[in-house]
Design a protein around this ligand. Structure first.
Ligand code: PEP
Ligand code: MN
Length: 372
């Protein structure tokens, strides 16, 4: 239920509606967008009669929200959510395409500093790398944990990059919240409701990846869990779903981008690395993702993917990231979006990817099988 207020409604009118909502054991959320100003009624509404609010002063009309998700929906907030980062010009969901790049996992200081220098040198604003890794096999590398987070904090300090890293449970979220600029919740945890609630209590934006077999409604209800706890800075990320195909690790479902944009005001990014599992498909699917209108790309990059401790087969070389950005920029421009260039980003450093380019062109011919 959404109580639309008249343009001339006073603070007192708004307060009275909120009090009425709360007196029914429900919660109120004031939505003061440019297009509509009103109060969402949150909770188990059941057979609550809209007439209950109709007669209150300042109320224009009462709308019934037809969807199970409310705070994420355009019915409550028609205009797009743009995520801002204190002390940075970076945004996600605004006119600039958000690009998040980095290795699957933090492996060593040398690895993250070398890659971060290349990535910052390309004008990218966000660096990704997992310190806590949810792996299919318990025998696979599980991440460097706190040591990894400390290295990521050093990446931020040295290169001016914003840090995106995953929390896999409540304990790791406590740490990630302190070290990261964006808390990533991975596909495997999209329906870990206690973790979603904990992310909702955090004061940092949350990047929520779509579950391996999640429907659009399940995906948006997961985001609703985070928002329902008070954290409205949620970024959605399509990362491929499990299908019958065996030519790629997952099937990147680009059709969910316009479907989400119709339903929700939240930014939606695309991860063509996990979405395909194969290096040679990352640039083509990145072009397609930008063309379909996503708000940004999450990309795995490694300077020595054959030695990567996770997801080497889908990691592109730094020189390929440079090529990818060159290719998606004109596509973004068709949609009135921009892609930051090195000159525009803070802390930009020169690109030292020439050696990687030479090494990379040979390895690129290999089409390794997708790894878990
Ligand atoms: C990742 O981004 O490193 C990751 C594990 O992704 P996903 O949760 O989409 O598998
Ligand atoms: Mn990965």
């Amino acid at each position: 239920m959404f109580v639309v207020m008249q343009a001339q409604a006073t603070e007192e009118h708004v307060r009275a509606v909120c009090q009425k909502i709360e007196s029914l054991g429900l919660r109120s959320h004031i939505s003061a967008g440019t297009q509509r100003f009103g109060i969402a009624v949150i909770g188990e509404i059941g057979a609550l009669d809209p007439a209950f609010f109709d007669e209150l002063p300042g109320v224009q009309e009462v709308l019934l929200i037809s969807k199970r998700y409310k705070l994420v929906s355009r019915e409550v907030k028609p205009e797009n959510t743009v995520i801002h980062f204190p002390g940075s010009q970076a945004t996600i969901g605004g006119s600039e395409l958000g690009i998040i790049a980095g290795p699957c996992a933090v492996e060593s200081a040398e690895q993250v500093f070398g890659l971060a220098e290349c990535i910052a040198g390309l004008g990218v604003r966000f660096f990704r790398a997992g310190a806590f890794k949810p792996r299919t096999s318990p025998y696979s590398f599980q991440g460097l944990g706190l040591e990894g987070l400390r290295l990521l904090a050093e990446v931020r300090r040295r290169f001016g990059l914003l840090i995106v890293t995953e929390a896999i449970n409540e304990a790791s979220l406590d740490l990630v919240e302190q070290y990261a600029d964006v808390i990533q919740i991975g596909a495997r945890n999209m329906q870990n409701y206690s973790l979603l609630k904990r992310a909702g209590q955090a004061r940092k934006p949350v990047l929520l990846k779509r579950g391996l077999s999640a429907t659009l409604e399940e995906f948006l209800l997961a985001a609703e869990y985070v928002m329902n706890e008070g954290n409205h800075q949620v970024i959605l990320c399509e990362r491929g779903i499990r299908t019958f195909v065996d030519h790629s690790r997952n099937t990147l479902d680009l059709s969910i981008v316009p479907a989400i944009q119709r339903e929700s005001h939240l930014p939606i990014m695309v991860d063509p690395s996990h979405g395909t599992g194969k290096r040679n498909k990352v640039i083509p699917l990145s072009r397609a993702a930008v063309a379909v209108g996503c708000d940004g790309l999450m990309l795995e990059v490694h300077d020595n993917p054959e030695q990567a401790r996770s997801d080497g087969a889908q990691s592109i070389f730094p020189w390929q990231l440079e090529e990818l950005i060159r290719q998606v920029r004109p596509i973004a421009e068709v949609l009135d979006r921009t892609v930051a260039s090195p000159a525009e980003t803070r802390g930009a450093t020169p690109l030292h990817a020439t050696a990687a380019r030479a090494a990379g062109s040979a390895a690129e011919r290999d089409d390794e099988p997708a790894s878990a």
